[in-house]
Design a protein around this ligand. Structure first.
Ligand SMILES: Nc1ncnc2c1ncn2[C@@H]1O[C@H](COP(=O)(O)OP(=O)(O)O)[C@@H](O)[C@H]1O
Ligand SMILES: [Mg+2]
Length: 232
């Protein structure tokens, strides 16, 4: 599903920052991987490379067997829209749109008719536990509700790959756990691959594998056995 081969990413020319150095990482379809590590260790850089928002300085990034650097901008945008869902710590909803309009947006961009897009958006909002919230704007919703809207938007095309950058980082632990349970439910339903950046052990406990980064390098890669999952 995801294959990184000898990937490095540096920023700047005068004072070069090596955000990632020689990363090799293979993630199988349906696998749930937590990427952990201290602030500045390269977690967000890794996600940005996998979703094609950024390009590596060297090395190869493949998603579903497709080499991202070989794609045109249009093809990369399409891949990101249809195959990859993204959720963020700050939710990234459009503040002037209602919850329903936020979720319908990717469908509208794809050329779906307004009524059908709205119907599907409302059904997806219901799926994530937000029946009757479609007409509310983000500032009328709690943090947990906003993240549900963002998740509904991210999975509207049932993407095989879901990426999260600290999706519970702005939520209290109870609300965060509810969001992680929702991601568990969606994973059972869609069998999507999940790449979850977090420095939260609770979130990692919902994954099958933990990849630890330090100073842009993978320092540990371990499978989680039942034990850790039972802590939650
Ligand atoms: N656009 C950028 N320009 C310059 N340096 C950057 C940029 N993005 C990230 N970095 C640097 O790369 C390193 C890794 O950053 P990042 O991937 O955001 O880490 P994390 O998400 O683990 O906190 C940090 O030292 C950061 O300062
Ligand atoms: Mg980050």
């Amino acid at each position: 599903m995801i294959q990184l081969t000898d990937v490095s990413k540096s920023y700047g020319s005068e004072k070069t920052v090596h955000a990632l150095s020689h990363i090799d990482l293979t993630i199988a379809p349906g696998e749930r991987v937590a990427v952990m590590g201290p602030s500045g260790s390269g977690k967000s850089t890794l996600l940005n490379l996998v979703c094609g928002l950024d390009e590596p300085t060297s090395g190869s990034v493949k998603v579903e067997g497709v080499e991202l650097s070989g794609l045109t901008d249009d093809a990369r945008t399409r891949l990101r829209r249809e195959k990859i869902g993204m959720i963020f710590q700050t939710f990234n909803l459009l503040p002037t749109l209602t919850a329903g309009e936020n979720v319908a947006l990717p469908l509208r961009l794809q050329g779906e008719h307004k009524h059908e897009a709205e119907r599907r958006a409302v059904a997806m909002l219901e799926r994530v536990g937000l029946k009757d919230r479609a007409v509310h704007r983000p500032d009328e919703l709690s943090g947990g509700e906003r993240q549900r809207v963002a998740i509904a938007r991210a999975v509207i095309f049932r993407p095989p790959l879901l990426l999260g950058d600290e999706p519970t980082g702005n939520l209290d632990s109870v609300t965060g756990e509810e969001i992680l349970r929702l991601l568990d439910d969606l994973h059972s339903e869609y069998n999507n691959t999940l790449l979850l950046v977090t420095h939260n052990v609770q979130a990692a406990g919902h994954c099958d594998r933990i990849v630890s980064l330090h100073d842009g390098q993978i320092v540990r890669d371990e499978r989680i056995e039942q034990g850790l999952a039972e802590i939650r």
